[in-house]
Design a protein around this ligand. Structure first.
Ligand code: ADP
Length: 450
């Protein structure tokens, strides 16, 4: 096992990794920007290194500084968390070249799955269903348009290198398409450094269903069930739950089998997520794979009892997975993301000082958070303050638990999404489990105080 792990991240995920390391008797190194000097991950790690000024491109994204910090502190492995460099093939490569274990898949695996067009190809090759669309990136607008006509409108134009809900444009008709295609190409080039785009069918009311998978270096790869992440705003997740109200044992078996098949096709090692869209008619399609731990991993942890970060550490160190197959699912789990944002103002970030912080507790309640009373939320990074994850014996109990927890969640000083999330828990359609990716568009009144 590793002796000392450097965490190339900040916020709640840095704390999460520190906890897992401690349980395994591994020392930890925190890195931080000048804006994060007072952060809890700095306090709880065994060692810490300042890696630069606040903007991420000058600190958390500076590969040479992270490698130097690992070398100075004698870390033998780096955990990238999520975001920042977690899906950066060059970072994984540089770690390997510096004799530091990268806690994640190989650079090659990151590269294949980081290119959405290449990933589609790899999945189609082993028979995993993909959303109907162009076989690869497409440059010529007329050729793209004739593809779009073939699969039928509406279509979505996606940047091959896109992520985080960015780099996607929907076109409703041919006229719309000509404009959207050119825009998508130039946006992709400026945002991701590659103008490669492809076109796929835009499903009307799909659910976002993703499968957690874990694989080790001994050829053992399993799935740990699905998460339903259909409550989204602008293609970004706000609420995640498992099991999905739309997935029963038979569908789980089929989708899980395909997820495993897809990950095995690239001999995947580590924790990863196969994201799929589930259509109203029950068909499902591979959408993309994330080659890292995800924000919502805690949902699967509560449902299965498996510590995914410890599994990541184990398999990166060459040990076998500690689990042989999907364990019995323990009731129902729902996660809500508490962000420093104002839903009434387009989810505008609301950084600032937190004056009072009293998170909820009790049976079935888990809080993953890095904030405390007196902490100042810096304006430079994402606005996640806390993940509230609640488990119940069934979905109704889980919904109730989230509701009660949110109502007793005291967080003062910054505007948060807590009241909005509480309104969702009271929404009749949500309570009935009738949620797809268009849910919030239909229920737009949830965004405002009644
Ligand atoms: P990102 O990598 O930016 O997260 P994804 O490809 O994972 O992008 O898509 C994010 C979200 O966009 C999905 O969860 C879904 O809501 C929506 N989406 C993507 N592709 C389609 C599609 N073909 N039809 C309908 N919705 C889609």
């Amino acid at each position: 096992m590793f002796k000392k792990v450097l965490i190339a991240n900040r916020g709640e995920i840095a704390l999460r990794v520190i906890r897992a390391c401690r349980e395994l008797g591994i020392q930890t190194v925190a890195v931080y920007s000048e804006a994060d000097r007072e952060s809890l991950h700095v306090r709880f790690a065994d060692d810490d290194v300042c890696i630069g000024p606040p903007p991420a491109r000058d600190s958390y994204l500076k590969i040479p500084r992270l490698i130097a910090a690992a070398e100075i502190t004698g870390a033998d492995a780096i955990h990238p968390g999520y975001g920042f460099l977690a899906e950066n093939a060059e970072f994984a490569e540089t770690c390997a070249a510096s004799n530091i274990a990268f806690i994640g898949p190989t650079a090659e695996q990151i590269r294949v799955m980081g290119d959405k067009a290449a990933a589609r190809k790899a999945m189609a090759a082993v028979g995993v269903p993909i959303v109907p669309g162009t076989p690869g990136p497409i440059e010529d607008v007329d050729e793209a348009l004739s593809f779009a006509r073939e699969i039928g409108f509406p279509v979505i134009i996606k940047a091959a290198a896109g992520g985080g809900g960015k780099g996607m444009r929907v076109a409703e008709d041919p006229e719309d398409f000509m404009r959207a295609f050119q825009l998508a190409r130039s946006e992709a080039l400026s945002a991701f450094g590659s103008g490669d785009v492809y076109v796929e069918k835009y499903l009307a009311r799909p659910r976002h269903i993703e499968f957690q998978i874990v694989g080790d270096k001994h050829g053992h790869l399993i799935h740990l069930g699905e998460r339903d992440c259909s409550v989204q705003r602008r293609h970004q997740k706000l609420i995640e739950e498992a099991p999905s109200p739309a997935v029963g044992p038979a569908l789980r078996e089929r989708m899980g089998h395909d997820a495993v098949r897809g990950a095995k096709a690239i001999d995947y090692v580590g924790a990863g997520t196969i994201e799929m869209l589930l259509d109203e008619d029950g068909s499902y399609y591979f959408m993309e794979m994330n080659t890292r731990i995800q924000v919502e991993h805690g949902v699967t942890e509560m449902l299965t009892g498996i510590d995914l970060v410890k599994e990541q550490l184990r398999v990166a160190a060459g040990e076998p997975l500690s689990v042989g197959e999907l364990p019995p699912l323990r009731g129902h789990v729902i996660e809500v993301r508490v962000n420093a944002e104002d839903p009434a103002r387009n989810f505008q970030p609301s950084p600032g000082r937190i004056d009072v912080f009293h998170p909820p507790g009790g049976p079935g309640v888990r809080i993953d958070s890095h904030v405390y009373a007196g902490y100042t939320v810096p304006p430079y990074y994402d606005s996640l303050l806390a993940k509230l994850i609640c488990q119940g014996r069934d979905r109704a109990e889980a919904v109730k638990r989230v509701q009660v927890a949110l109502e007793s969640f005291v967080l003062e000083g910054v505007t948060t999404t807590i009241p909005f999330l509480a309104r969702v828990m009271h929404n009749a359609a949500f309570q009935a489990g009738q949620v797809d990716t268009k849910f919030l568009e239909r229920e737009a009144s949830l965004l405002r105080e009644p």
